[in-house]
Write a protein that binds this ligand. Structure first.
Ligand code: SF4
Length: 266
């Protein structure tokens, strides 16, 4: 891969510009893979199992190559725009960014999202026996072939709920911190004036919260014996959702390219 290849790829009119900025990165479930340049790049560059495995040297070699090409493109763009990268004080920029990020991490929504991700971890750590028991129960239902029971459907529903919860467990926090950090860095009015990009990040965080709430609703049905702590999680997520909507009131109205509006193919 080199920068000329990426530039040529970016000229493909079928790709929706910026679609990957406001998605949930769940490519296996995405209906827009054929219109996403990010997907095309990863499929081509990380095309064998070793290059997708974080524990394999091939993964880090490929990632290093991506960084190298990205750096070359940044330098080229800076030159075109007359920016002298050598004159920038990166140490100061880094310190300022870290200070802003610390502020963002301390925002109420970020703190609630972090508590949520830790709560999910603790819940699953404590539920190992519960899943074993559920597997035994479902196996028994298969063997007994009871009327009015559909163990395969129940197993699929349970797996889907777990997949959804696990996918968004940390994602919500990451997106909220990104949005708040970006706002504090870009807006002179602080959180009173939210840049469009931040609204897009908050929108996908809100969608992730909605889906997580729906998934925990299913978990409540699968594990009535844990209803109490699942209700606590649902209350926490609802609070996070309300606080986020209050902090960035028009985030839901943000139009995400592709998902909320699809550019026509040429
Ligand atoms: S837009 Fe879809 S295919 Fe592209 S990165 Fe996001 S989830 Fe993956």
């Amino acid at each position: 891969m080199d920068k000329e290849y990426i530039k040529k790829l970016a000229e493909n009119p079928e790709f929706i510009p910026g679609i990957y900025n406001y998605c949930d990165r769940w490519c296996e479930r995405c209906a827009f893979t054929s219109r996403c340049m990010n997907f095309a790049l990863s499929e081509e560059h990380f095309d064998d199992p070793q290059s997708r495995d974080m524990n394999n040297k091939a993964f880090w070699d490929k990632l290093s190559e991506v960084f190298q090409v990205t750096l070359e493109m940044v330098k080229e763009t800076a030159k075109e725009q007359g920016i002298d990268l050598d004159s920038l004080d990166f140490e100061q920029e880094k310190d300022e960014h870290e200070a802003t990020r610390n502020l963002a991490e301390d925002h109420e929504c970020a703190r609630l999202a972090k508590v949520y991700s830790e709560t999910v971890k603790n819940w699953f750590d404590s539920a190992e026996g519960l899943f074993e028991k559920k597997a035994d129960d479902l196996g028994l239902q298969v063997r007994l072939d009871l009327p009015n029971s559909n163990p395969a459907q129940e197993a699929n529903s349970l797996k889907d709920s777990v997949d959804v919860i696990r996918w968004y467990q940390y994602f919500i926090y990451v997106k909220l911190v990104r949005a708040i950090t970006g706002t504090l860095e870009e807006s002179s009015e602080g959180l009173d004036e939210i840049p469009e990009d931040a609204k897009g990040s908050v929108k996908i965080a809100l969608i992730s919260i909605d889906r997580s709430i729906a998934a925990w609703g299913q978990m409540r049905r699968h594990f009535p014996e844990r209803e109490g702590d699942i209700l606590d999680i649902l209350v926490h997520l609802d609070r996070l959702r309300r606080k986020t909507e209050a902090a960035i009131p028009d985030a839901r109205a943000f139009v995400r390219p592709g998902f909320d509006w699809t550019a026509p193919c040429d």
